[in-house]
Design a binder for this molecule. Structure first.
Ligand code: G3H
Length: 494
C-alpha cells in the first residue's frame, strides 16, 4: 500500500531522489541540483531533495493563484470532508511515517508516534472547528453621528496564496498545522518543507493530494532556504507567509516579505523560575521533560533555570536523580521512552558542543553530561551560567539546561524580560497566587505554572512576543489568522 500511496513522489532509486509537486504532478526539477539528506541516527543517506528553479516556483505559484478562486467557492463542508480524509490517511500510514521520521530527523520512536497521532487529531479538529467560524453584522447606530442606518455584513475570506514554511523538528505536525487551516479557510498553499525533514513533509503533501485536494490548490517546492527562501517569501503571488523556524530566519523573512500578512512561530529560549516553596520532585520531572525531550530541539524547550543559590543547591540533586531514572542516550529507533537521541545533524551537534565549551571557558560548570559522540550530545546541566553567555542569550537547539542564580523574583523578571525571546516561561511554586503575580511581570507569550512550556493542547492560544513570533496560533486562532474580515456595508435607503 505504501508503494502505491507514496510511489510517485520519488524516482524509486536507492537512495531515492524526491520530486517536487506542482499541484498536479510530481516532477523532476530542471535545476539538476540536489541536497542529500543524511540520517543523524547512523549517517546513512535517506534520499535527496531537489532545489527547484525560480521558473518552477513561478509556475507553481501561478497554478495556486488560479486554483484558489474555485477552491474558496467550494462549499466549506466539501473542504472539511477532504481534511477528515487526510486525517484518516495519516492514521493509516502512521507506521511508515514514524519510521521515516525517526530515520530522517532522529526523533525517538515514541515522540514520532505522538507527532503522527497528534497531527491526525489536529487536522480533524481544524476541520470540525472551521464549521463553526462565522461572521457577524454591525449596525452603524452604535456610533455617534451615524443614526441613519448602515449595516456591515462581515464575513471571513481567504487571503489567497499562503506560503507555508515548516521546520525540521516537527516535519509533519508543523506542516499540517499550516496547510490544513489555510486550506480550510479557502486559501491555496505553496509549501516549502524543511530540508532535513523534507522527505517526511513531501509524504504529508501526497496524503493531502490523495485525500482529494484539487489540482493546483496545494503545491510543494523543495530547496534550501538559501536557494529558494527569499524568492518564495517575496513572491508577488503570495499574500501571506506562515513560518516556523529560528528567530534569525523569521527576522530575515519579515524584512523580505514586505506587506504580506505574517504568521510566525520562532525561537523560544524558555526559562523555568523556581520559587523556594516549589514541589521539587514535580519540578525536576518537568525540567527533565522540558529540557531534554526531542534532545532539546523544541521551540518550547526549557533552556535555563532561575533560582536563588539556596534553591539551586536543593533542586540539583533531585534533578540529577530524576535524570538517572528518566534519561539515557541511545538509538531513537528503540521504543525505549527514556531515550535522548541525536540532534538533527553532526554539524548541529558540533555547534552545541562549541557553545558548551565557550560557557565553560567563561566560568560555567558542567554538573552532568557535556560530551558529544557524532550527532549525539549528552543531556547536559550547567551551573554558574550568566545571562549574557551564548548558551542562554541565543537559542541553542540541544539538550542543555543552564542554571542562573538570582537574589529576588524581580531579578528573575528582569532577566526574562531582558531576553530577545518571549515565547513561554514556567514558574514552579506551591502557592499558585504567587505564581500568578510573578507571571504578570513576565513579557512572554504564555506562562505555565507548575508545568513545562508546551504548545498543546493544540486549541490553546500559542504565541510569542519579541523575536519569538508574530500572530497567534491554536486551532480557532489559526483559522482566524489565515483568513481576513471582509465587510460588505449596506447603506439603507433613507
Ligand atoms: O518547536 C516548536 C513546537 O511548536 C513545539 O511544540 O511544545 O508541542 O513540543 P511542543
Amino acid at each position: 500500500m505504501n508503494e502505491e500511496m507514496f510511489g510517485p513522489i520519488s524516482d524509486q532509486a536507492t537512495p531515492p531522489v524526491y520530486r517536487y509537486f506542482n499541484g498536479k504532478d510530481w516532477l523532476t526539477s530542471s535545476s539538476g541540483k540536489t541536497s542529500e539528506i543524511i540520517s543523524p541516527v547512523d549517517g546513512s543517506v535517506v534520499g535527496s531533495l531537489q532545489a527547484v528553479t525560480r521558473e518552477e516556483i513561478d509556475a507553481v505559484m501561478d497554478k495556486a493563484a488560479h486554483a484558489q478562486v474555485a477552491w474558496e467557492k467550494m462549499p466549506l463542508n466539501h473542504r472539511v470532508k477532504i481534511m477528515h480524509l487526510a486525517a484518516d490517511w495519516i492514521r493509516q500510514n502512521q507506521d511508515y511515517l514514524i519510521s521515516l521520521m525517526v530515520r530522517e530527523i532522529g526523533k525517538s520512536h515514541g515522540e514520532s508516534k505522538s507527532e503522527i497521532a497528534r497531527t491526525a487529531d489536529l487536522v480533524d479538529y481544524y476541520a470540525n472547528e472551521a464549521q463553526s467560524i462565522k461572521g457577524e453584522t454591525l449596525d452603524s447606530d452604535n456610533f455617534p453621528g451615524f443614526d441613519k442606518g448602515r449595516i456591515a455584513l462581515i464575513e471571513r475570506a481567504a487571503y489567497g496564496v499562503v506560503v507555508a514554511i515548516a521546520p525540521f523538528n516537527y516535519p509533519v505536525n508543523l506542516s499540517a498545522s499550516k496547510i490544513a487551516p489555510a486550506l480550510l479557510m479557502g486559501n491555496s498553499v505553496v509549501f516549502k518543507p524543511p530540508t532535513q525533514g523534507g522527505i517526511s513533509g513531501l509524504h504529508l503533501v501526497r496524503i493531502f493530494e490523495k485525500a482529494g485536494v484539487p489540482e493546483g490548490v496545494l503545491g510543494c517546492v523543495t530547496g534550501t532556504g538559501e536557494e529558494i527562501g527569499d524568492y518564495l517569501v517575496s513572491h508577488p503571488r503570495a499574500a501571506m507567509v506562515a513560518f516556523t523556524g529560528s528567530s534569525d530566519t523569521g527576522y530575515a523573512i519579515a524584512g523580505k516579505a514586505s506587506m504580506k500578512t505574517l504568521l510566525f512561530e520562532c525561537g523560544g529560549n524558555n526559562p523555568a523560575l523556581i520559587l523556594p516553596d516549589a514541589d521539587y520532585n514535580l519540578t525536576a520531572s518537568e525540567l527533565v521533560k522540558g529540557a531534554f525531550s526531542y534532545s532539546g530541539q523544541r521551540c518550547t524547550a526549557i533552556k535555563y533555570v532561575l533560582t536563588t543559590p539556596a534553591v539551586r543547591d536543593e533542586i540539583l540533586p533531585v534533578l540529577l536523580r530524576t535524570m538517572d531514572s528518566l534519561v539515557k542516550m541511545g538509538d531513537p529507533r528503540s521504543p525505549d521512552t527514556k531515550l535522548v537521541g541525536p540532534v538533527v545533524s553532526e554539524k548541529a551537534a558540533e555547534y552545541i558542543e562549541s557553545v558548551i565549551n565557550e560557557a565553560v571557558a567563561g566560568g560555567a560548570k558542567i554538573v552532568r553530561g557535556g560530551k558529544r559522540d557524532k550527532a549525539f550530545i549528552e543531556a547536559t546541566v550547567l551551573t554558574d551560567v550568566k545571562p549574557d553567555m551564548k548558551i542562554v542569550s541565543e537559542e541553542i537547539f540541544g539538550p542543555v539546561l543552564s542554571f542562573i542564580t538570582v537574589a529576588s523574583n524581580e531579578e528573575m523578571a528582569n532577566i526574562v524580560n531582558g531576553s530577545r525571546f518571549g515565547l513561554q516561561a514556567c514558574i514552579f511554586t506551591r502557592d499558585e497566587g504567587s505564581g500568578i503575580i510573578l507571571a504578570a511581570l513576565l513579557n512572554v507569550g504564555t506562562v505555565q505554572i507548575n508545568g513545562s512550556p508546551q504548545r498543546g493542547p493544540d486549541h490553546f492560544p500559542f504565541l510569542g512576543v519579541k523575536r519569538s513570533g508574530i500572530g497567534v496560533q491554536g486551532v480557532r486562532y489559526s483559522l482566524e489568522a489565515v483568513s481576513r474580515l471582509k465587510p460588505v456595508v449596506l447603506n439603507k435607503p433613507q
